[in-house]
Structure formats: structure tokens, C-alpha cells
Design a protein around this ligand. Structure first.
Ligand code: NDP
Length: 252
């Protein structure tokens, strides 16, 4: 089906991982997407080529999310090319995995800049483009926002703030017909999880699977499926929620 035909979608960090899988899922449903990246241009071009195979548009935008000026440039491009936006998904994240006692100001600054400040800045640019279009804001959190994980205080606390911000956006933007929800994935098999677990990845994976009622890791496509639902008409009355997609990992 092509249920999102003609919708305009921006997913940050869509050159790789969860963002890429979600961009492809939206493209398959007929949406035009921005492939956003920071420095891996080759990956962005490859993702855009995959997107175009579905007969939709892919705009490639490079922006370091630590830089408000680069975020503005990306939105200037979207404004010129499309003049409209239906879905903004804040997916990209940055962190340093360290114990809280070893986390420096600049680690916190970088993480909060990318996970919180850039999202707010982007939303302020996205909302005018959503005028009269029942826009959708989707943020990506992590179970480390509500549970404690080793070396995760930096990003975990930023994600907790992001969930709160997502609720405030739901309240403030509801009268414009815009919904704002958070997806909280379990452990997703991506480059960043391999980096997090380092040499212990296989043990970590086995351990997580053994604690997951549905007995596997979250796949990027699981997150993409929930994002598609949140962007669909069926989800038009769901707002301000944190929705898990973790196979039941957080139940036990
Ligand atoms: P990453 O968080 O590793 O993000 C990869 C993408 O984000 C790439 O496109 C990358 O571009 C871009 N990116 C990274 N940093 C920046 C930056 N400073 N400015 C602009 N773009 C940037 O990928 P994942 O797929 O693992 O995670 C996606 C989201 O899901 C994140 O919010 C993460 O916290 C969340 N999440 C992931 C889980 C997991 O298990 N993987 C679990 C729970 C949540 P480039 O390659 O060009 O640098």
C-alpha cells in the first residue's frame, strides 16, 4: 500500500541504523523523505538511492546537530524544496558512555545539545511547515531514561528530559492538530549498541534476549513500524505518550 503518499518526512540520522530503516519504511508507503547525516556522506547517498527505488523523493541534507546554524540550513533547504513538512522524527543522538563521576561538562554539553536543544530548535523550524497538515513529532528515547544502565547517565538523563519535552510539545501543539510522541526501543542491534557493549557484545546480546519475553533483540524495523503507525491517520488521537517497542524487556 502507499498510505503515506505525498507526505513529507524528516528523520534525523537517517543515513544509518534505526533512522535509515524508518526512512525506507516511510518511502515504501509513498512518503518523500529527507536523508539527514553528519559526516558519512557515502552512507547517506546509499540510503537515498534505496529510498528512490520506491519512486519517491529523497533530499540529502548534511547537518551537525550541535550547530543551530546547520540545522537552520537544513530547514532552509526543506522550505525551498518542499515548503511543507508532515513528520519530524528526532532520531539522531550523541553521547559519551562513562560513569557519572567521570562525565565532564563538555560531554554533557554535547549530548544535551544533540538530544534536547537541537530537537527543540528543529521543532521550532518544523512547526510552521506543518501548518494545516496535522503534523507529527516523534522522538526516540531509550529505556535508560527510566531504568539505570551502566555508563548511561549522560544520555539516559538527556532522554528523560526529551520525554518530558515531548509531552510539553504535545500540550502546546495539540491545538494546531500536531501530535508529539516518544518511542522507547529496547536494545536495537545497531553500530551504536556494538560500540556500547564493545567486546562483550555477544554476552550482552545473549543476556538481553534471555530477559526478553519475545526472545530476540529489537530490530530497526520494529521501531520503523511504530513510527509509521504514529504517522498514520489511525494514530491521530494519540499524543504525549512514551510507547515501548522492546519485546517485553522492561516487564521483568
Ligand atoms: P546513532 O545514534 O548511532 O545515530 C546514527 C545516525 O545519527 C547517523 O545518521 C549519524 O550520521 C547521525 N548522527 C550522529 N550524531 C550526530 C550529530 N551530532 N549530528 C548529526 N547527525 C548525527 O544510531 P542508532 O540507530 O543506534 O540510534 C538512533 C536513535 O535510537 C538514537 O536516538 C538512540 O539513542 C536511540 N536508541 C538506540 C538504541 C539502540 O539499541 N541502538 C536503544 C534505544 C534508543 P553520521 O553517520 O554521518 O555521523
Amino acid at each position: 500500500s502507499q498510505s503515506l503518499k505525498g507526505k513529507k518526512v524528516l528523520i534525523t540520522g537517517s543515513s544509518r541504523g534505526i533512522g535509515r530503516a524508518t526512512a525506507l519504511a516511510f518511502a515504501k508507503e509513498g512518503a518523500d523523505v529527507v536523508i539527514h547525516y553528519r559526516r558519512d556522506e557515502e552512507a547517506a547517498i546509499a540510503a537515498a538511492e534505496e529510498v528512490r527505488k520506491f519512486g519517491v523523493q529523497a533530499l540529502i541534507c548534511k547537518a551537525e546537530l550541535e550547530s543551530p546554524a546547520e540545522i537552520d540550513e537544513m530547514f532552509d533547504t526543506i522550505t525551498t524544496e518542499w515548503g511543507a513538512l508532515d513528520v519530524f522524527m528526532a532520531n539522531a543522538a550523541a553521547t559519551a558512555f562513562k560513569p557519572a563521576m567521570e562525565t565532564k561538562d563538555y560531554h554533557i554539553d554535547r549530548t544535551y545539545q544533540v538530544v534536547i536543544k537541537s530537537v527543540l530548535h528543529a521543532v521550532q523550524r518544523a512547526v510552521p511547515l506543518m501548518e494545516g497538515r496535522n503534523g507529527r513529532i516523534i522522538t526516540i528515547s531509550s529505556l535508560g531514561s527510566q531504568f539505570t544502565l551502566p555508563f548511561y547517565s549522560n544520555i539516559g538523563s538527556a532522554k528523560a528530559a526529551l520525554e518530558s519535552l515531548t509531552r510539553y510539545l504535545a500540550t502546546e501543539l495539540g491545538p494546531k492538530g500536531i501530535t508529539s510522541n516518544t518511542i522507547s526501543p529496547g536494545v536495537v542491534e545497531t553500530d551504536s549498541v556494538r560500540f556500547y557493549a564493545k567486546d562483550a557484545f555477544e554476552t550482552f546480546k545473549t543476556n538481553v534476549i534471555s530477559r526478553t519475553p519475545l526472545q530476540r533483540l529489537t530490530q530497526p524495523e520494529d521501531v520503523a513500524g511504530l513510527a509509521l503507525f504514529l504517522a498514520s491517520d489511525a494514530a491521530s488521537f494519540i499524543t504525549g505518550q512514551v510507547i515501548g517497542v522492546d519485546g517485553g524487556l522492561t516487564l521483568i
